[in-house]
Design a protein around this ligand. Structure first.
Ligand code: FES
Length: 270
């Protein structure tokens, strides 16, 4: 799991106003991120994730720190932080739980799941439970429509959800039961996940299957029927076996993450 990299001797910096967790280590890591790009300002997005990993949201102090490190104005940093929905101005709980309510997920049960969770957790959209554990938010298409309705916890997928499996999932998270994404890693806290998104890997990127059965169905059919991929202008047609990626038959069965019904075998693929 990712760690909070602040140390006992870490000093607060001028951006700290009492409640802020931004320290010299945070500033050093911001500079490290900026140095990864030819233009330092390209690091603003990961830097904002780093702010969220230490502050639990994008705070005014975090905005000021990013602006100082990158030579931008606070207004410029704020403009970016308020444009993207992954940056939160209000504190997020230990786990960010998203329910896709875009068209396909909505008709497959996403709206029902979201309503059930609002009732079960006694929160509205973008609100956090009283115990500070869960922040609930409805999300738009997560590019996982083949597993509709989908949910995400700290941006890890949970597929083929139902109101029942969704309530079990949030109950498990609140109780501290280990939860695994059926197509990703064991769930850590939102702040730990934000540190990974900032560009400080926790070494768990390869946890879980790399692809699910529904996603790989087309590739399986193409291989079975010896279809070829179209070549470029004047080019040859590549045999489908040369297409990179995991072979569907080599994929282990999708793991049943806690709270996920994982019923891929019931899907029609042909
Ligand atoms: S509509 Fe939900 S993932 Fe696409």
């Amino acid at each position: 799991m990712a760690e909070n990299h602040a140390t006992a001797t870490d000093k607060p910096v001028p951006y700290s106003t009492g409640d802020s967790n931004i320290t010299e280590t945070t500033i050093a890591e911001m500079r490290e991120l900026a140095a990864r790009y030819p233009e330092g300002r390209s690091a603003l997005l990961p830097m904002l994730h780093l702010v969220q990993s230490v502050e639990g949201r994008v705070t005014p102090e975090g905005i000021e720190a990013c602006a100082d490190v990158l030579g931008l104005t606070g207004a410029e940093v704020s403009a970016v932080a308020t444009f993207y929905t992954m940056y939160k101005r209000r504190p997020v709980g230990d786990y960010h739980v998203g329910v896709c309510t875009n068209t396909l997920c909505a008709v497959m049960g996403g709206d029902l799941i979201f309503d059930r969770l609002k009732q079960h957790l006694d929160v509205g959209n973008d609100e956090t439970t009283e115990d500070g554990k869960i922040t609930l938010e409805h999300l738009e298409c997560n590019a996982a429509c083949d597993y509709a309705p989908v949910m995400m916890v700290n941006w890890e997928f949970f597929d083929d959800m139902t109101p029942e499996s969704a309530t079990q999932l949030v109950d498990d998270l609140r109780e501290g039961t280990e939860v695994k994404s059926p197509r990703g890693a064991t769930i850590c806290t939102w702040r730990e996940a934000e540190r990974v998104l900032a560009g400080f890997p926790d070494g768990r990127a390869d946890e879980g299957p790399t692809g699910g059965k529904a996603t790989l169905a087309g590739l399986r059919l193409a291989r079975e029927r010896n279809w070829t991929a179209p070549g470029g202008r004047g080019g040859s047609r590549a045999p489908i076996d040369s297409v990179p990626g995991p072979r569907p038959e080599d994929q282990p069965g999708r793991e049943s993450g806690t709270g996920s019904p994982a019923t891929p075998d019931s899907r029609k693929e042909d």
